[in-house]
Design a protein around this ligand. Structure first.
Ligand SMILES: NC(=O)c1ccc[n+]([C@@H]2O[C@H](COP(=O)([O-])OP(=O)(O)OC[C@H]3O[C@@H](n4cnc5c(N)ncnc54)[C@H](O)[C@@H]3O)[C@@H](O)[C@H]2O)c1
Ligand SMILES: O=C(O)C1=N[C@H](C(=O)O)CCC1
Length: 247
């Protein structure tokens, strides 16, 4: 039995995680904490793993606190940077028995879409990303789109491919979107959506579209539970659920 605490337990994702943990025969929910609660309560309750679905401004501090408390971390909250990930990696070296999984998207379809996009990237001249989410989301572009762009850019760089062609010289209103590692990312916020992403890859005369849709937050739960079960045996930092999957 793995004892689990949930941080952000009252939120859209956290409340689903509470239900998923309660429904798993091999997991026990020992703490459901939200804003204003003392994170040390997770340790007092005996948590081995804490799942963090909070806010980008709080998640890094939560992970450092969990490491100090001797608790493995499974993190879905977005907003991570190369620098904040490095700080966690360094902190974990002080506690070599602990693991932390930080994953921008736990939906299996999204994990595969990120992998497929990186695999396809070297074969296409042009690539752009459109991410589409519910309008209550506080961050843009999405963590998933950022991670997807980084994977695509790394694959293109490794293959010696230059930037996507783009003749734009006049764009005073930013219509070409954000640019992450050279990849244009467009963010849509629309009532009715949950979490969606399209990767558009173009060549002369052809297009490949890789699309993933989460229609319901239950789609993230198998990945979260996989992370909880695996993190206890995988010390160090892992970024992306694919690190725990045999892909
Ligand atoms: N990785 C994934 O698969 C995935 C999926 C969906 C959402 N997300 C990300 O998860 C995060 C949460 O999304 P959401 O839709 O559940 O947001 P939400 O606003 O519904 O929930 C966030 C919760 O965190 C609480 N909170 C804020 N600061 C806290 C703190 N310091 N300690 C404990 N709780 C705190 C809030 O009170 C709230 O209840 C976002 O960053 C989002 O992008 C990731
Ligand atoms: O609903 C959100 O917020 C989501 N956030 C993640 C992201 O930013 O990529 C994952 C999808 C849902």
């Amino acid at each position: 039995m793995i004892s689990v605490a949930v941080l952000g337990a009252s939120g859209r994702m956290g409340s689903h995680v509470v239900d998923a943990v309660n429904g798993a025969p091999d997991l026990e929910l020992v703490a459901a904490l939200d804003h204003g609660d003392d994170i040390a309560e997770a340790a007092r309750a005996g948590a081995q793993v804490a799942v963090d679905f909070t806010v980008p401004s709080a998640t890094e501090a939560n992970v450092h606190a969990l490491i100090d408390l001797g608790i493995h971390a499974v993190v879905g909250t977005t907003g991570w940077t190369e620098e904040s990930l490095l700080r966690v990696e360094e902190h974990l070296r002080e506690r070599p028995e602990l693991g932390a999984l930080i994953a921008p998207n736990f939906a299996l379809g999204a994990v595969l879409a990120m992998r497929f996009s990186a695999a396809a990237a070297r074969y296409f001249e042009s690539v752009e990303i459109v991410e589409l989410h519910h309008p209550d989301k506080v961050d843009a572009p999405s963590g998933t789109a950022t991670h997807t762009a980084q994977g695509i850019a790394a694959a293109r760089a490794a293959a010696g491919i230059g930037p996507s062609p783009d003749a734009t010289t006049h764009d005073p209103d930013g219509a070409r979107g954000a640019v992450i590692d050279g990849v244009h990312v467009h963010a849509v916020r629309l009532r009715g959506l949950v979490a969606h992403e399209e990767v558009l890859l173009g060549n002369p005369g052809e297009q490949l579209t890789i699309r993933t849709d989460s229609f319901d937050r239950v789609s993230f739960m198998p990945g979260v539970l996989l992370g909880v079960r695996e993190v206890v045996g995988r010390p160090g930092l892992a970024v992306g659920l694919d690190r725990y999957m045999a892909l």
